[in-house]
Design a protein around this ligand. Structure first.
Ligand SMILES: Nc1nc2c(c(=O)[nH]1)N[C@H]1C(S)=C(S)[C@@H](COP(=O)(O)OP(=O)(O)OC[C@H]3O[C@@H](n4cnc5c(N)ncnc54)[C@H](O)[C@@H]3O)O[C@H]1N2
Ligand code: MOO
Length: 417
């Protein structure tokens, strides 16, 4: 049997290096940045006010106290967005709003609360009257200096960054319209099985609702890819191959579910084990793990001669999602220049655990932080049909091949989902 690590390498080798694409910043959300982004401008771009109040020369207010306020004439009004250059003459103040450019000559801003003025709607305008200051500001007070956030020429975002909301915000603030990112890969899931029907159809005896398609497409999207799913029913090899060709289209990865173990009607395995006829090259193997033992991986040759990676996952729902997590997710993320994004931690086991001989087990668990450190509770039986416990789990307990039992209180490796 193949080890988990060996099969991880096989899957990783199916993917090419990240494919560069230039996207509008908003469309690049969630993508991996391929090049350093250098700030074309400084932020802030000009000295500006951090408060609604008055721009002053600090020296003009030296000695101001509530008992001995200093009164100055208000010469101009500077709202945010005023674009002409305004100067502040000695012995005067300008009314200024948050984000408005500081006038030449001003070296402090006094918030309106520290004066006798009011900016409340309906209050008298003070822009051509006088204002009384109760305190002496220090020079530089409430001024946001040009370049204090980032200076033009500095690296704003390093290659490898993932473009989440804050990174999109920074790029937009720098006036950057487009970025070079790794193309998000298109993942198509094709589920097989004559027992499967779609939601909305009444179930006959022996039928079940198809669930792996939606689940694996969601997992692909959670991994940062573009995921969609198709459903194929008959256990018929020519029909399956035709569906595969039609589905492959512009896919970067095809994932099938079901039809790969030892049954009499394993359509995926049958259809893809004869590369002489089809040009496909898919290898079916057993991996020493539980769940997820029957696996297949290789390359599909499309009718237009394109080679598309294909990964054939086992049909049991828990097996297919755990296989996605262990094999496909890391490879997809690397191929999209995204960090692995999963935390591996050590946690204290709260109940005894058993694991099959010669298999690396990925057991569902619930991990919590306690004052004594992380602890993990194994949940659900090992059977690969227990979707309910999978939905409850927030972690996978990674039990090494050589371990067959772990006692409560011992430490285990955990992948936090
Ligand atoms: N004689 C043997 N039998 C089995 C072996 C084996 O080595 N020898 N391996 C077992 C293991 S382990 C697994 S895992 C499964 C894998 O089976 P397949 O990949 O061939 O999948 P199916 O037989 O088509 O389905 C298995 C199970 O999962 C349900 N299923 C399948 N697709 C879906 C779907 N899209 N949505 C919801 N549920 C699905 C299906 O109804 C079956 O119950 O084989 C064991 N058997
Ligand atoms: O690999 Mo199967 O996943 O044990 O149920």
């Amino acid at each position: 049997m193949r080890s988990v690590a060996e099969h991880q390498q096989t899957i990783a080798a199916l993917f090419a290096a990240p494919d560069p694409v230039r996207l509008a910043v908003a469309d690049a959300h969630g993508s991996g940045l391929l090049d350093h982004v250098v700030a074309p401008i400084s932020l802030p771009g000009f000295d500006n006010s951090a408060m609604d109040g008055f721009a002053v020369r600090a020296a003009d207010l030296a000695g101001a106290t509530p008992d001995a306020p200093v009164r100055l004439p208000v010469a101009a009004d500077i709202p945010a967005g005023r674009t002409d250059a305004v100067a502040l003459a000695p012995g005067t103040a300008h009314r200024i709003m948050t984000g408005a450019p500081l006038p030449d000559g001003a070296d402090a801003v006094v918030p309106v609360e520290d004066t006798d003025a009011s900016f409340a709607p309906g209050a008298d305008s003070v822009s051509s009257g006088t204002v009384s200051f109760h305190a002496a500001p220090t020079a530089g007070r409430h001024i946001r200096r040009a370049g204090s956030d980032i200076t033009a020429g500095e690296v704003a975002l390093a290659a490898g960054a993932t473009l989440g909301a804050p990174q999109i915000g920074l790029l937009a603030a720098l006036g950057i319209a487009e970025v070079n990112v790794a193309r998000r890969l298109r993942v198509v899931v094709l589920s097989t099985g004559s027992e499967l029907v779609a939601a909305g159809t009444p179930l006959q005896h022996g039928q079940i609702y198809e669930s792996n398609g939606a689940m694996l497409a969601a997992a692909a999207r959670e991994a940062g890819a573009l995921g969609r799913h198709e459903h194929f029913v008959p256990d018929d090899v020519p029909q399956f191959l035709a569906k595969l060709d039609a589905t492959a289209g512009d896919a970067d990865l095809i994932i099938t579910s079901g039809g790969v173990s030892a049954g009499a009607f394993e359509v995926v395995k049958e259809a893809l084990t004869d590369p002489a006829d089809t040009g496909h090259a898919v290898e079916f193997v057993k991996v020493a793990m539980q769940p997820g033992m029957p696996q297949g991986a290789g390359v599909l040759l499309t009718p237009v001669g394109r080679r598309v990676p294909i990964i054939t996952l086992p049909g049991n729902p828990v097996s297919s999602l755990v296989s996605f997590e262990v094999f496909i997710r890391p490879a997809l993320r690397t191929a999209m220049a995204l960090p692995d994004g999963r935390r591996r931690v050590t946690a204290r086991l709260t109940a005894d655990l058993r694991s099959p001989v010669n298999k690396r087990q990925f057991m569902r668990g619930v991990i919590t932080e306690t004052p004594d450190g992380a602890q993990v509770v194994p949940i659900g039986p090992p059977g690969s049909h227990h979707l309910r416990f999978l939905a409850e789990a927030n972690a996978l307990i990674d039990v090494p091949v050589e371990v067959t039992a772990v006692a409560a209180g011992e430490s285990v490796d955990v992948i936090v989902l």
